[in-house]
Write a protein that binds this ligand. Sequence first.
Ligand SMILES: Cc1cc2nc3c(=O)[nH]c(=O)nc-3n(C[C@H](O)[C@H](O)[C@H](O)COP(=O)(O)OP(=O)(O)OC[C@H]3O[C@@H](n4cnc5c(N)ncnc54)[C@H](O)[C@@H]3O)c2cc1C
Length: 391
Amino acid sequence: MHTLTAGLDQLREQTRLLCEGFPDEYWRETDRNRRYPQEFVNTLTEAGLLSALIPAEYGGLGLGLTEASVIMEEINKSGGHSAACHAQMYTMGALLRHGNTAQKQEYLTQIAAGELRLQAFSITEDKAGSDTTSIETAAVRDGDDFVITGHKSWTSRIDESDLLFVLARTSEKPEGKGADKTHGLTLFLVDLRQVRAEQPESLEVVKVRTMFNYATNQVFYRGMRVPASAVIGEVGKGFRYVIDGWNAERILLASEAIGDGYWFTKRGVEYANSREVFGRKIGTNQGVQFPITDAYMKVRAADMMRYEAARLFDAGEPCGAEANMAKHLASEASWAAANACLDTHGGYGFVDEYDVERKFRETRMFQVAPINNNMIKSFVATKVLGLPRSY
Ligand SMILES: Cc1cc2nc3c(=O)[nH]c(=O)nc-3n(C[C@H](O)[C@H](O)[C@H](O)COP(=O)(O)OP(=O)(O)OC[C@H]3O[C@@H](n4cnc5c(N)ncnc54)[C@H](O)[C@@H]3O)c2cc1C
């Protein structure tokens, strides 16, 4: 039963209170053991928070992206790690916007009720990297099914998901000047419960241990059979549906980085105000004050861009530039705050019981994934400023 109200302040407060049940020691333990924070995700699911963006007609909270971003921000601001659950919030966007009535009715209602998890997206491949339109995993039509074969170098949370989106090639990549290189890729909504029960040999998941606690994997598809009814929208147009969800993803990740940024500045200030060396608080030294202050100003600026991007998104207006800039600015700001906080803590910044080193590792990702900041600079350079494209 969902009890959340739509007011932004209440939502912030309700999220904060839920997060209080998961203190630093909890995140330290899950990080140390590279354990999926199942209890935390269950708590958020039961409160309905992860269905924030699912319309009320399917049983979700029917909130806007502004509200959703506040939930993500509060998790990271509390010292938690929203990566465990953020995809549950936005991945369903492709289903909501491009799924047919039967798909939406069947899955969205169960996702909103917390009965099913859709939080895995299988796109990136080794050879293609950031050049997504060059992926090679193939889906071949065979009667009423498609047979998927290939390898994905990254697919996060697949073991913690009931449903999975896979982007696969159903026809050759169009080549030549003016060709629509996005054509030929199809998006499938795979019911992992069916695959695990009836054709487990067609799916191999290999855990990838990363520098922080992230449930990510390599995935090998070995002739995985999915019904044609698993296709989202039209065959060959899947990449467009994926792109369509990128703005929401960028804005939510920006808000997570902003939450980290506030956490780092708060912890930096607290430590600087308590630690005494040379007979005075270290925070008295401008060499300690200024990096924290610089970072705080960057976080605030990124926060404003986040709200602007979310406002445009919620109004149904174009927001690609703002969403990308928010993600870029927020990731740089949280990284500045992370470094200032670690420097302020001196040697203790490296000790796990202070949590700074953990958050430091976690926040570094925002500059790299789901899209690298270089690609964002390219987007702004070419799409916003009108400079020539280099690739
Ligand atoms: C923890 C984690 C979880 C992930 N989870 C998922 C997931 O669930 N599903 C999924 O599909 N993917 C996932 N990814 C993959 C992620 O989306 C990719 O890492 C990302 O798209 C970049 O691809 P790449 O790592 O191959 O980098 P590459 O494309 O090889 O790029 C390497 C570097 O070269 C730079 N570069 C490349 N081309 C250019 C250019 N034209 N101009 C300037 N610089 C350039 C890049 O910016 C980057 O700095 C995850 C990644 C991480 C780290």
